[in-house]
Design a protein around this ligand. Sequence first.
Ligand code: AMP
Ligand code: MG
Length: 472
Amino acid sequence: MTLHLPFDNSYARLPGVFYARLDPTPVKAPGLLAFNTALAAELGVSPGEALEQAQVFSGNAVPEGAEPLAQLYAGHQFGNWNPQLGDGRAILLGEVVDGQGRRRDVQLKGSGPTPFSRNGDGRAWLGPVLREYVVSEAMHALGIPTTRALAAVATGEEIRRETWLPGAVLTRVAASHIRVGTFQVFAARGQKDAVQRLTHYTIDRHYPEADGPRGLLVAVARAQAELVAAWMSVGFIHGVMNTDNCALSGETIDYGPCAFLDRFHPMRVYSSIDRMGRYAYGNQPNIAVWNVAQLATALITLADDQDAAVEEYTQIVQGMGETLRAAWLRRFRAKLGLSREEPGDAALIGDLMDRMAENQADFTNTFRALATGAARDQFLDPAAFDEWEAGWRRRLEGEPDPEVVMRAANPAFIPRNHRMEEMIAAAVAGDMAPFERLMSVLARPYEDQSEAADLMRPPTEDEEVPATFCGT
Ligand code: AMP
Ligand code: MG
């Protein structure tokens, strides 16, 4: 084999309570759908040939140096405690240290049942695999911390969902897969040693400057605040912000029923399973704080003086709201072309967004068009924009480089939901051209690409995808 991954597996060296060791389950007829050559180079992976890639990234051949395992975790799903989840359809092959010295997980998703599969089949179908591939890579190109996609392989097997669908395996690369739920499972079981061990491990791996559990909590609160502010700034709705989908690394993880907004509305929800709107666009900051509060609760088990820790951690969690607000303001100022800070800025941004919601303005296109003077066309009643614009123009006076700032903060291209559905339908029919095109355009989201104007267009009523189903 010429395909080689330079494994160095630290999670596998942790005690056995953290995982179950097992190999991926082979599939019938693996066929390579996509391979991320640039990411492979970054990871020091020698890519080999397509045939080998299909074998390794379907799980049919376990590469040298891999120590496959499924990780244990628990989590709050839509607010309800689930005492045991874990990798039910994913297997960590191992870790590589990339060219910049960063340790990265290489994980197969859809690789067959594990001891944590509960009633699931351990598999994924082509649609969610390609969705995650495209959206995670688009997120990376937008400059937002995220897991990455190294490969997608069709399994040649059909899997049962509402109907029979083609199976696929995604190879996901992540700073780690340590979640709030990883801490929760051991805290809930009273396994203090495991919480302690995991805390040390996470600090070493992600926040070496952090001082103990308290330092870890501070660092994670900051990373989550920055992450959610970044999502808000590009109109991203994660869709399943459960504590098991909240990574300590601060990366976006688990692209299930996620979507980017078309028409702006703060209470917009895309996930068909989110009936209460818990994870609506505008609720995401509150939920991020709630998730970090669950981490705090798990870490409190380590404190000698519980009462003091409760008080201290409560302050950290409450302070996260302010960090998030500051990050949000910084990002939205840039979206308006503002480099300086003035007291009325939050009100100016809020006023624009209220008007956008009332006028069904497309989130991405409105902000992008601020720099070109065409934003008013995005409003049902363009006068609503004009009224706001006058104040904004006054505020822009004396700003050094508003156009440059705006172009760097307002992408032209996001993975629009209706285009994703089109891409998936084509791929199911064997046509990967729409996938290739999306990947190439979304790799440069801040550049004008006149040949891709159709990918900027919001969906027509017919094209609109009302709900995105969970990626199972
Ligand atoms: P997710 O909604 O992808 O975050 O998954 C939540 C939990 O359900 C995780 O423990 C997954 O491993 C598990 N899960 C989701 N889909 C499947 C499946 N098809 N087979 C087994 N477990 C699954
Ligand atoms: Mg998950």
